[in-house]
Design a protein around this ligand. Structure first.
Ligand code: CAA
Length: 257
């Protein structure tokens, strides 16, 4: 498929999606989201791919939902089309996805980054949920994911004042996993993705599923889930290979079985 709002590449075992709508600071309109979903589905089913990186430009990861496209929506159109629900495909991907964020990640852009498994931020990154300034509130998970990631007080502060937070604050409060110099962002994100993609894909997928359980259930149920999945890993060839390789002092050759 020809993409107009994103660029899609593979780098070895890594899928790279670059949001590319510079005239609107990568604002997320329906065409961009459709393309993003198509690219994500392609990487999900591509056996060669073990991890995906989503990034934007130096100036903006994404400046939110497209305000000009969304501005004239009425309630019934929003309700009947289930506006926003199709954006959540990234949160349903089973393979790991990393957000590499430079510049603005605002509104739906911040929410898209939070749907990824973790965020690596450039020192230029700015996160915010400014929807209240537009007479709405976050609608792509911001009130829920941000609160789980940074706690109630900071989530309330961000959503109620609409202020932006810099990369350093975002790392301090746990929104991002690490901050790197802007000119090293893509390289660092790809390095992390390659590392993940070199491990056993099913084990990485099960690990992701298990960490995500922490956000969906109680501690005891989460631990029970983890234990069951952990036990099941002893039925894989990759567990035998990983542990034999350690004992034999060699690099493991995982074959996703
Ligand atoms: N939607 C549509 N267009 C947008 C946009 C958005 N979210 N953000 C920026 N643009 C457009 C601007 O309209 C402008 O286009 P024109 O040149 O045609 O006028 C172009 O991108 C460049 O933007 P600016 O001139 O404003 O650039 P700046 O450097 O002066 O400011 C900014 C940058 C502070 C990010 C500013 O653009 C801004 O505040 N953008 C809106 C951010 C926002 O409110 N996001 C939340 C959207 S609502 C949402 O996301 C709902 C949800 O939860 C799903």
């Amino acid at each position: 498929m020809g993409y107009e709002n994103i660029r899609v590449e593979t780098r070895g075992k890594v899928g790279l999606i670059t949001l590319d709508r510079p005239s609107a600071l990568n604002a997320l309109n329906s065409a961009l989201i459709d393309e993003l979903n198509t690219a994500l589905s392609g990487f999900e089913t591509d056996e060669r791919i073990g991890c995906t990186v989503i990034t934007g430009s130096e100036k903006a990861f994404a400046a939110g939902a497209d305000i000009k496209e969304m501005g004239s929506l009425d309630y019934m159109e929003a309700y009947l089309s289930d506006f926003i629900t199709s954006w959540e495909q990234v949160s349903r991907t089973r393979k790991p996805v990393i957000a590499a964020v430079a510049g603005y990640a605002l509104g739906g852009g911040c929410e898209l980054a939070m749907m990824c498994d973790f965020i690596i931020a450039a020192d230029t990154a700015k996160f915010g949920q400014p929807e209240i300034t537009l007479g709405v509130m976050p609608g792509a998970g911001g009130t829920q994911r941000l609160t789980r990631f940074v706690g109630k007080s900071k989530a309330m502060d961000m959503c109620l004042t609409g202020r932006m937070m810099e990369a350093e604050e975002a790392e301090r409060c746990g929104l991002v996993s690490r901050v790197v110099p802007a000119d090293e962002l893509l390289e660092e994100a790809l390095k992390a993705a390659e590392k993940i993609a070199d491990f056993s894909l099913p084990i990485a997928m099960m690990t992701k599923e298990s960490v995500n359980r922490a956000y969906e259930t109680t501690m005891s149920e989460g631990i029970r889930f983890e234990r069951r999945v952990f036990h099941s890993m002893f039925a894989t060839e990759d567990q035998k290979e990983g542990m034999s390789a350690f004992a034999e002092k060699r690099k493991p050759q995982f074959n996703n079985k």
